[in-house]
Design a protein around this ligand. Structure first.
Ligand code: FAD
Length: 472
């Protein structure tokens, strides 16, 4: 029986482990932290009984993938729940915009931008399963759906500032700015639309679901399926050197490229070592979790029903803030993401207190405290918010990295989404999961398709490993 060791139990490490175990490989997962899940951990960060997602909260790209279809996590206990409004974007004076699952309903609230929104997202939504199949694998491949991919690419390749020109109202432009900002890229740069177009379309096809009982249930469901196939998981073990791993047939590294280079010191081909050490990380997040009495009193009514609220004002304001963050400057009014998971999963709230998970975009490795800035940004669109706060839990960029070494300098997406790394990550190679050391693969979000708690880098890497194993 072939054997494998997986270093790291994030969703990609666990997806790789389960994929290998399902193919008859004897799998052991080694995790540095005391708990499994990496970026899918949940916990009581503020008041007792209030369940917060410590990292990922919303999973539009995890619902329908090659991995989810092979393993059907939902029939093993994972449950998705949707808020009424998938995401929203408040503006000053109680105005704003919102995305419902229906394209038509969303478009009907966008005034003169109605037709333009409906045309773009209507077409993409109808074809999203084929589009997602193409971009949830390394981009260097022969596409199964070239025409559909070309249509998506025509939008995705554009700078966000250029794509936003198809809309004229503050509402539609801000709505797109908020979702495009998930890329942590300046809006003037090529392909800075890609992640926004994908997430915006996914909202209409699948919604932006939360995992009932917390994102940790994504990891625990995969872990249960893994152990039922004989896999083992050991926590509290930080792997620092490949010699600690013995001689398994397969090693999967759910780590940052620099950690992979460190672990493989002495055996990694020089060109790969250089590429991993030069891998570029992006800007960072500063996280604040709140316990809020009765939830956030947004002036913009639909934001009171939204799972995710993008806070940052107009498209121009967000564009300016993102540009500053990438340059290494802290904006006065940064872009802030607000997660209101308890609206979709009411069991996470307790006695009228709601867990609210937020983070601001800040420069890489920023050493300041953004707590008051985040409160001010929310208060701007939800007067009275400050008075409803019962408890606060913060995580600085350094604490984010301490919590998970894959988030170097607080980079929660494990690698800058610049054009080169969107296409070739973690290095230019036909098989981006291969480290060049026989049997050793990198399977984290630093590899294609990048960030997200969908496990697709792990699934792809495991399939690459199995293909090589079968030719030995
Ligand atoms: C604040 C925040 C919000 C986010 N929001 C979302 C969201 O809403 N939706 C979404 O899809 N994604 C979101 N993400 C991103 C998502 O969580 C990550 O992209 C995803 O978890 C990456 O999975 P992974 O398996 O590659 O690595 P990770 O989940 O980062 O896990 C890596 C694991 O490997 C372990 N490890 C690393 N090095 C070693 C070592 N040397 N030895 C042993 N163990 C090691 C770590 O301890 C960790 O447990 C968010 C992330 C953060 C931080």
């Amino acid at each position: 029986m072939p054997s494998a060791i997986i270093v790291g139990s994030g969703p990609n490490g666990l997806a790789a482990a389960l994929t290998l175990a399902a193919d008859g490989v004897d799998v052991t997962v080694l995790e540095a932290s005391d708990s499994i899940g990496g970026g899918t951990r949940s916990g009581e960060l503020t008041s007792p009984g209030l369940l917060h997602d410590q990292c990922s909260g919303f999973h539009p790209l995890a619902v329908d993938t090659g991995f989810s279809r092979q393993f059907d996590l939902e029939s093993h206990g994972l449950r998705w729940a949707l808020p009424d409004v998938q995401y929203s974007h408040p503006l000053d004076g109680g105005r704003g915009a919102a995305v419902w699952k229906s394209v038509d309903h969303t478009a009907s609230h966008l005034g003169t931008d109605r037709e333009s929104y409906r045309r773009m997202f209507g077409t993409l939504t109808a074809r999203f399963p084929q589009i997602a199949e193409e971009f949830l694998q390394p981009l260097l491949h022969v596409p199964n759906h070239p025409l559909v991919l070309a249509r998506f690419g025509a939008y995705a390749a554009l700078p966000a500032s250029m794509l936003a020109r198809r809309w004229h109202t503050d509402e539609a432009r801000a709505l797109f700015g908020g979702v495009a900002a998930h890329a942590f890229r300046p809006f003037g740069s090529v392909m800075s639309s890609a992640i926004g177009v994908a997430l915006g379309t996914a909202a209409h096809r699948f919604g932006w679901p939360v995992a009932v009982g917390g994102s940790a249930t994504i990891a625990s469901t995969i872990a249960t399926m893994l152990t039922s196939r004989g896999g083992r998981i050991e926590t509290g073990i930080t792997v620092r050197d490949h010699r600690e791993l013995g001689n398994p047939d397969i090693v999967m590294l759910d780590t940052s490229p620099s950690a992979a280079a460190q672990i493989l010191t002495g055996v990694l081909p020089r060109r790969v070592d250089r590429a991993y050490r030069r891998f570029r990380h992006g800007p960072a997040a500063f996280q604040v979790a709140f316990a809020v009495e009765g939830g956030i009193p947004w002036s913009h009514e639909p934001s009171r029903s939204a799972g995710t609220v993008h806070v940052g004002g107009t498209f121009a304001e967000i564009a300016a803030a993102e540009r500053q963050v990438v340059r290494g400057e802290m904006p006065e009014r940064p872009f802030v993401l607000v997660g209101q998971q308890s609206l979709a999963d009411p069991g996470r709230a307790k006695n009228g207190l709601h867990p609210i998970d937020t983070y601001a975009h800040v420069p890489a490795g920023w050493t300041g405290d953004a707590t008051q800035t985040i409160i001010d940004q929310i208060e701007r669109f939800a007067p009275g918010f400050r008075d409803r706060i019962h408890e606060i839990h913060t995580r600085s960029t350094q604490e984010i990295e301490d919590h998970n070494p894959n988030y170097v300098g607080g980079d929660i997406v494990t690698g800058a989404n610049d054009p080169r790394q969107l296409v070739f990550r973690p290095r230019v190679a036909l098989d981006p999961y291969s480290t060049g050391v026989p049997g050793v693969y990198i399977c984290s979000a630093a590899a294609p398709p990048g960030a997200g708690a969908h496990g697709m880098a792990g699934w792809n890497a495991a399939r690459s490993a199995l293909a090589h194993l079968s030719t030995r």
